[in-house]
Design a binder for this molecule. Sequence first.
Ligand SMILES: [Zn+2]
Length: 345
Amino acid sequence: MSLLFEYDIYNDQSVVVFHNYKQYKNINKLNSIENKYYDYKSFIEQSKFNSHKYFSKSKSPLYSDLVRLAKYEKTSAKEIISYLQNLQKEEDIVKDIKNSVIVADDKSVDYYEVYNLGNAMGLYTELAKVEPFNIKSIINFSKTFGLPTGNISFPNTFDKTLVNNSICIPSCNFVELNLQLMEYKVIFEVFESIMMNNTEKIKEREIQYIESTTNDSNNKHINIALRKSKLDYFKTIDDETLLKYETEYLSDLINNSIFSKLFNWSLVSTKKGHKLKSHYNNLFQFAYNQIIHAMLKKPNFKKCEYCEHLFEAPNDKMKFCPTLPFRARSSCEMASRNKRKKKRN
Ligand SMILES: [Zn+2]
């Protein structure tokens, strides 16, 4: 294979992070918010649930996340599974999902900070830590990086350069955001186990998946003999073949479900000539790009000594998750230091 073209793709986008975010379980409450920066009423229409866009291609969400979704909808995981299966077939079935919304807190909407995407190298590993349907976890992430997805809208007070060149997401549908988080976590988990050569984990997940199809009424055509031979295959497979299998699966996930979401690009002219620039509409697009970049470039990964999550470690001395935007030091490093201090006292 030859490298046909060689050019760099630039990005100079910034991300607007509001001081705080708030969940409204009843979307109509936005009607009563008066604010000079945003018309909160307009968020009502923008944030209505539009789920058929999601969950189309990934094999299945993590079961623990399905249980969270079921709990939120006050139903069973089984009901949710059949609901999601129907969503893939009929686009107009969406009716019962709660229209809860997360918006930039109206009391702090005029307080915002801006960071550059170039300083968000830890975004994709931080996004993987967010627990779906855990509002505290979602808001914590959003207060650092901004809402990962939702409706792009700029306050009338913003300057033009920021409007043209940033990601500013003041509102999103709560369930839609969580469905995207669930999809992201599935892909990230596969990615992580490949990067860490964790064949035990891959085997466990594949066996679990085959066993779970036993109770799946949609998969009756998978007969018992076939299932048994698949199980035997994964129980005896050697590590190298297993990793190859899983890498192909990850490529499938990316080609089928996220490739269309990566980014837009445009050719811009500067004083020094032309440049190719990428443009991201939301943070999932950026995070998926980071995953693909990591697959191609194979950077060094480590597990954080404090939170035990995966992070990219360009410097081999790094022991903790990277420093977040607006911070001077790694939060995990600080937390670990405080913990040691407490132990000594
Ligand atoms: Zn950490």
